[in-house]
Design a protein around this ligand. Structure first.
Ligand code: RP5
Length: 161
């Protein structure tokens, strides 16, 4: 069965962040693949992944990287499959380096850039779900229910600890 979402990341060290995207996709019943693809350390792997993305049936790519985070942008330059970028938090610059690296794409090759870190990765999963839900009414219903459950979980008043 074709997997519509690819979750890629620059390093094993990105997985604790990117797992948040995978968790959301699991909750919504969306199939995905995961792969370490580094713009700097494995450029040939990046090239092959981007080149084959359409023919392999990928509909959305979630790409997370930290520091000089060139992976999402390079992937967007290699495939028309929409790329959602996740800036991974870094020790040196707290992920602002990752954010700017991913966000400031030149005209013509967009990356949908999420927030830094775990929230951004989770939102990348939700963004991918929203894109796929455009043509999938059953997924749309599951996503609506997910959103309603989150909303219902928020208390109306604060409590003391
Ligand atoms: C980037 O460098 C990766 O995306 C990761 O966020 C960062 C550090 O990688 P490691 O040195 O932990 O492998 O390419």
């Amino acid at each position: 069965m074709e997997k519509p979402v690819g979750i890629i990341m620059g390093s094993q060290s990105d997985w604790p962040t990117m797992r948040e995207a995978a968790t959301i996709l699991d909750e919504l019943g969306i199939a995905y693949e995961t792969k370490i693809v580094s713009a700097h350390r494995t450029p040939d792997r990046l090239w092959d992944y981007g080149k084959s993305a359409v023919s392999r049936g990928l509909k959305v790519i979630i790409a997370g990287a930290g520091g000089a985070a060139h992976l999402p942008g390079m992937m967007a330059s290699k495939t028309r499959v929409p790329v959602i970028g996740v800036p991974v938090q870094t020790k040196a610059l707290s992920g602002v380096d990752s954010l700017y690296s991913i966000l400031q794409m030149p005209k013509g090759y967009p990356v949908a850039t999420m927030a830094i870190g775990a929230a951004g990765a989770a939102n990348a999963g939700l963004m991918a779900a929203g894109i796929l839900a455009i043509n999938d009414p059953e997924l749309a219903a599951r996503l609506d229910a997910w959103r309603e459950a989150l909303s219902a979980s928020i208390p109306e008043e604060p409590k003391d600890d």
